[in-house]
Design a protein. Structure first.
Length: 368
């Protein structure tokens, strides 16, 4: 039988399987696990390492992503470290002029090397890491592929490798091409006999890198799910709750509209515009750059905000300020602002405008 026809026949069977899965998939658990074909059953995942090498033109980029399970006084969490090294070939500006009677000196290329390392806490996807990778499930099994067939799936010379550490044991997956018209990918186990198709959304929990994995919000409790919020500073505090008021139209007494906002807990039906504006600012604050080496002992606490959900879950956000020596020709010290939450674990810089707003208004709101 013609080898090409056999390979394309196998691919057709896989794609028909995808169509059938999309048509019949009603199981919530199967959707969450992104497949039902067992790859492995393990426990104790503590580290995921993703290595990728890409060459585009004269640019050579190597990326290493480490996802580490850590523990502190707030419990366990996942932390990311992404190191990227880029080498770019550049020609010399000009060839050396020829000396009379001698051939010209050829132009030589130089290589510029740039390495960056960024650290960050993982966002909501970190909750899925252990569940999905400890008990790994695939969308389909490709069976045992001959070495000559692996090229058809991008598994013969792939330079994308994921290493999973389960205590003293390691498992490795080579990541191949995308399934045609899909984000799903072909993978094969290192030293294993079987290749699989993994859901793209599952692989994205690792291959997304900092851009796809980094925590984007200090607090992930939605406003509608909050029971109360407490603002504290300088020994004073105020607790606020969500509220709504009916406002009569000026044109007719029968027309009413609803106004939503935040009110002091002791006056739950009287919306406080100042507290509402302040809450919106606090809720919208987002990390700019995480600073793992920045200790909180060097920072001045501006406000501590405790969020309590309707189900009793608690998260905390603290905003800090830090005065920096002036840089000539400036004469006044510069104030930078940071925030740290239950989810972020470490301080991160925040927009100057939000930090200044919080510092200027918090004392008045808490009655300090």
């Amino acid at each position: 039988m013609n080898r090409g026809i056999a390979i394309h026949g196998m691919l057709l069977v896989v794609m028909l399987g995808y169509g059938y899965r999309a048509w019949t998939e009603d199981s919530k658990d199967e959707k969450e696990n992104r497949g039902s074909v067992e790859v492995w059953n393990k426990s104790g995942l503590t580290l995921i390492s993703y290595d990728k090498h890409v060459v585009v033109g004269k640019r050579d980029t190597t990326t290493n992503l480490q996802l580490e399970k850590r523990k502190d006084s707030w419990g366990t969490y996942w932390w990311g470290i992404e190191t990227r090294t880029t080498k770019t070939e550049r020609p010399a500006p000009k060839a050396t002029p020829a000396v009379e009677g001698q051939p010209p000196t050829p132009r030589e290329t130089t290589t510029d090397t740039k390495t960056t390392t960024e650290e960050f806490p993982l966002g909501a996807k970190s909750l899925e890491l252990e569940k999905q990778w400890n008990k790994l499930r695939a969308l389909a099994s490709l069976g045992k592929l001959a070495t000559t067939n692996k090229a058809d799936y991008g598994l013969d010379d792939s330079e994308s490798l994921i290493t999973f550490t389960f205590g003293a044991e390691q498992s490795k997956l080579i990541v191949g091409d995308n399934v045609y018209g899909s984000s799903d990918r072909y993978v094969t186990e290192v030293n294993g006999d079987t290749s699989f198709t993994l859901a793209g959304s599952l692989l994205g929990t690792v291959t997304g890198g900092k851009a796809g994995l980094s925590l984007r919000r200090f607090i992930d409790i939605e406003e509608k799910d909050l029971a109360e919020v407490t603002l504290s500073t300088g020994g004073k505090s105020v607790t606020i709750v969500s509220a709504e008021e009916e406002i009569k139209s000026e044109s007719t007494s029968k027309s009413k509209t609803k106004k939503f906002g935040w009110a002091k807990k002791e006056s739950p039906k009287s919306i406080d515009d100042g507290l509402t504006t302040f809450f919106k600012k606090i809720q919208s604050v987002a990390p700019k750059e995480y600073k793992p080496s920045q200790t909180t002992s060097e920072l001045k606490e501006v406000v501590v905000v405790k969020f309590i959900s309707q189900k009793g879950a608690e998260q905390q956000l603290t905003i800090y300020s830090k005065s920096e020596p002036p840089e000539p020709p400036q004469t006044a010290a510069k104030v930078n602002y940071f925030a740290r939450s239950t989810l972020s674990r470490v301080p991160a810089t925040i927009p100057q405008s939000i930090g200044e707003f919080v510092q200027q208004n918090i004392s008045q709101l808490t009655g300090e």
